[in-house]
Unconditional design. Structure first.
Length: 289
């Protein structure tokens, strides 16, 4: 009986879709009858090669590991063959019977999720930021993202970092400063330690970006975010030739929660967006069904 059961498991051909940012990872197993959804910590092989133990992080997911025939992984930090290999070697530990792998950037995953087979400029505004020109099949142009220390224009880590600076430089309005101090208890040493010694400095900084959606001073909120998003538009949209001819799509938590400011600044620049979504995972699941 045990042999027969093992054979039946091998005949099941489920797909596993993985979409990972630096802060959080969404996993969906597509079965014949339902989609099984799981969430874990974020993954970024370019920032941290030491990935978590999936047995400890999400044991329920691994109960289905023998049924997975193909894995489609799209994630932050997948930038070259080295980072692809880090992810492949890690997944091989837990999905030994799976042979069909796709391991690509979160940028391509976002493009497939929102534009499917149509051309457009796809922008990611999450913990980090990036953009590309997508031709309906692959990425045709991309301005390199250089990590949280040098880029991430408009992304959560950049917004959070600018907010922390404004707090310590005493540039926040008094009411906003009071709100910030009630929400966070931080010192200079806390910030420096997390940035230079913390396991995930980008996620640490991005955590502060949530404050912009909590403050009651909406006028200040908009004035604070406007130049940060303008920098993103100048660098990651307007530098593409013929950018006016493309549909604009935005993906990520920052784009989603600050959609009002995004739409206002696009209008200010004579642009408009076709879609703003928080998570690409649902679009990817539909794409691979």
């Amino acid at each position: 009986m045990q042999f027969i059961k093992s054979q039946l498991i091998l005949l099941v051909k489920n797909k596993l879709i993985i979409e990972s940012g630096s802060t959080k990872t969404d996993w969906v197993i597509i079965t014949a009858s339902q989609n099984l959804k799981f969430t874990t910590l974020g993954i970024n092989p370019a920032a941290n090669e030491n990935l978590f133990d999936l047995n400890q992080e999400c044991a329920d997911l691994l109960k289905h590991s023998n049924t997975i025939s193909e894995i489609h992984y799209f994630g932050a930090g997948v930038i070259d063959d080295k980072t692809r290999l880090i992810i492949r070697d890690w997944l091989d530990i837990y999905f030994k019977q799976t042979e069909n792998f796709t391991i690509e950037s979160d940028m391509l995953g976002a493009a497939k999720a929102v534009a499917r087979d149509k051309a457009g400029i796809i922008s990611i505004l999450g913990t980090g930021s990036n953009s590309c020109v997508y031709d309906g099949n692959e990425i045709k142009a991309n301005i390199p993202a250089l990590g949280f220390a040098l880029s991430n224009e408009g992304g959560g880590s950049k917004i959070g970092g600018e907010l922390i600076k404004a707090y310590f430089y005493k540039k926040l309005p008094e009411d906003v400063r009071d709100e910030f101090e009630q929400r966070f208890k931080i010192s200079k040493s806390d910030v420096v330690e997390q940035i230079y010694k913390g396991d995930n400095p980008t996620a640490y900084l991005a955590n502060y970006a949530r404050f912009l959606n909590e403050t009651e001073n909406k006028e200040w909120r908009k004035s604070f975010l406007f130049p940060l998003f303008q920098e993103f538009i100048d660098i990651r949209i307007k530098q593409y030739s013929e950018y006016l001819q493309y549909d604009l799509h935005f993906v990520g938590s920052i784009a989603y929660f600050y959609a009002d400011v995004i739409r206002d600044i696009l209008q200010y620049n004579g642009l408009q967006c076709s879609s703003i979504i928080q998570k690409p995972i649902d679009g990817l699941v539909d794409y691979y069904k």
